[in-house]
Design a protein around this ligand. Structure first.
Ligand code: HEM
Ligand code: HEM
Length: 214
């Protein structure tokens, strides 16, 4: 069984991934603060203004998050073979098989691992759901940030309704991202243990180890 080193993820995809991770962790921490400020200080607004600081960091991270999402959109269309959207949609017989094989593998019904260069299709579908959630998250965020701007007022008003409804969805979606992050990190480590091909390190160096015929 000889292995080969294959280049799988471009620098741009890896930059997207780690910018997304950095921004989401920051957004969750500062977002929870905006919701329930835990410093509870009487100094608020005099010598220090933690709420303003947290909101400022939230908005900065929000811009990074929005930029990362735009980069992913670009890569879905113009990325390498593994990064394009058609590689992860169950629209070809090969991709549909990846979905069923992975479902069997993840539920411990079979030991057959789907060896492919890019994401398995189950993961790919969840990444698309996450991408769509990110679009809603950033549009509700910008709706709250620029309530007076005609563009966000029109878009936000028609998708979310009132500011408070937009804010509620923004909050709910945060829990989706938290859940995703935990399940995702669990699954990439689990995969790395069960089928050693350098999965986790591939998000750093872009390379995976594969059998010659893959
Ligand atoms: C995964 C991404 C994000 C998470 C987890 C997140 C989380 C949160 C949370 C929990 C709140 C407090 C709302 C509440 O429960 O009362 C909040 C508020 C807010 N977020 Fe985000 N957010 C994210 C992305 C963004 C983005 C991309 C923007 C756009 C710049 C943004 C802008 C805002 C604004 C303007 C507020 C309202 C602040 C205020 O009322 O003082 N957020 N966010
Ligand atoms: C230290 C923690 C993390 C590690 C080691 C890691 C590693 C990886 C790896 C190896 C992949 C490719 C897996 C596959 O082929 O399906 C991946 C994809 C992905 N990860 Fe992470 N991840 C981490 C944290 C996160 C967090 C916190 C988020 C967001 C909440 C995240 C979001 C994503 C997304 C969206 C993809 C899909 C990339 C794409 O669109 O092609 N990751 N990650």
């Amino acid at each position: 069984m000889s292995y080969e080193i294959k280049n799988v993820w471009s620098v741009l995809l890896r930059l997207f991934h780690w910018s997304l991770v950095l921004s989401i962790v920051t957004l969750v921490v500062t977002g929870l603060y905006i919701n329930t400020p835990w410093t509870n200080t009487t100094l608020e607004g005099s010598v220090s203004f933690p709420m303003a600081t947290m909101r400022y960091i939230h908005f900065l991270a929000g811009y990074l998050f929005a930029a990362a999402v735009m980069v992913r959109l670009f890569l879905y269309i113009f990325g390498n073979r593994q990064e394009r959207i058609f590689d992860i949609l169950p629209v070809t017989p090969r991709n549909f098989k990846s979905l069923t094989t992975t479902l069997g593998y993840y539920s411990y019904l079979s030991d057959k691992h789907d060896e492919r260069l890019g994401h398995n299709v189950l993961a790919g579908i969840v990444y698309i759901v996450t991408f769509v959630a990110a679009l809603f998250q950033l549009s509700s965020g910008f709706y709250m940030l620029y309530p007076e701007a005609a563009f966000w007022q029109g878009l936000g008003g028609s998708i979310f309704g009132t500011q408070q409804e937009g804010r509620f969805l923004h909050h709910l979606l945060m829990w989706y991202f938290i859940l995703f992050a935990f399940v995702h990190v669990y699954l990439v480590v689990w995969n790395d243990l069960k089928s050693p091909e350098g999965l986790v390190s591939s998000m750093f160096n872009g390379k995976k180890f594969k059998h010659k015929n893959v």
